[in-house]
Write a protein that binds this ligand. Sequence first.
Ligand code: UD1
Ligand code: CA
Length: 472
Amino acid sequence: MEATGFAVAIMAAGKGTRLKSKRPKVLHEVGGQALLLHVIAAARTLVSAEEIYCIVGHEAERVQSAVAFTNVNFVPQQEQRGTGHAMQTLKAWFNNSSRRLPQHLLVLSGDVPLIRPETLSSLCEMHIRERAAMTILTAIPPDPTGYGRVLRSTSEPIEVEAIVEQKALQPGRYEPEINSGIYCFETEALFSNLDKLSTDNAHGEFYLTDVAAMLVAEGRRVVALKADGVDEVLGANTIAEMMHLDQAMRADVARRLMAQGVTIFRPDTCVIDAEVTIGADTVIEPYVQILGATRIGSDCRIRSFSVIQQSVLGNSVTVRNGCILDGADVGDGAVLGPYAHLRPESNIGPAAHVGNFCETKKVTLGRGSKANHLTYLGDAVIGEGVNVGAGVITCNYDGVHKHTTTIGDGAFVGSDSTLVAPISIGEGAYVAAGSCITHPVPPGALALARSQQVTKEGWAAARKAARAAKRP
Ligand code: UD1
Ligand code: CA
């Protein structure tokens, strides 16, 4: 939906004292993405980036540079004196700018990341339908401790009386309905009350929540919408809360993927980021992590303890146990691992094999080529149908520069060979096992670069006899 007449303000200036972290709260991640980016993404479903005002303060530069690509506006709140002060700052910013005040303001909290676009549009709709001055999004969670509470009125037509912060609740009074920290305001009604806020409260801060009772006192309409889900309105103030939300978000991702035909044996043990896509009939075994914008095709099998990040896998790929992929591109039918390490720019061709304890980096391994055991392949262009023997190493680094190794189609590189780059092995050439190759090998040639073997017949018996003769 498009929310006509609305702008969105996101409060993201707080430090997040309860996290006890050096990182600003809104840059902490759930589901593999910063809290603030989740909130901006939800806001973007309603309005354009130009209509989003992000209030930043604590480590503002760091926060701004992390989300600058979204093109939202930034409003600096130098000192963070509470959510009410965040809105006072926004008001002052508008007064000093030539921008026209939006008729309505949807206010979001930078630390409530699971909010669904559908819920936000219901909130905006209700706000307009009810001609309200303020519309509060609420929920009734199993444990409301720590949240502000929405006090509903029993005397019609007043719907909401006030929002009371946890610390101001009368002792023993149980109020189950929490304030999510997400509201719609008629901008004029909000801005005209901000000057009346005081810091006369437990935190010594300007509370935005106090505006509710002020509007009611003016005879303005304040209403509340209860969200369908509870998790979507929960805040992330502590690491424990953050991890609860992370789990909830990943459970959603796993459910979505399973609905698309992916088998995930033990979703509770897997860490799968929200951007990940996986084709039908792919099987994910327990204890797998799939991160970033990774794309995995159909009919793949990802075995336990593999960590796949920012990679693209075709169809019918087998990733055996314990593989690490970062920035890899893997063709259809390839087989990896167990315990393979594919570093950035590893392009593994269709039906190629990268086996036990093999490391690749900036490498092209052609169709059907195999490096099955104990190998390092870095800065190499390897053709099709190449056999790379056990223990082969491309010596790509001379201590100053990186150099390239080229291996032609159908070449056979014997075990335990070292290929000192820059070097090329021609098509169909053979490198004898144990060779240290420093000169180019032409196509079809055999290169042997190891010392001649010396064999001494009967040496062991002769030695034994010589030692026996010496004994007293
Ligand atoms: C706030 C609400 C509480 C509600 C809860 C929901 C108030 C007074 N209380 O409490 O009723 O139940 O959210 O999650 O509003 N921020 C600024 N500038 C500031 C202070 C805060 O931008 O000066 C930002 C924070 O970065 C955060 C958001 O506002 O993203 C909420 O602030 P926080 O301190 O977390 O408020 P709560 O104590 O959670
Ligand atoms: Ca909070």
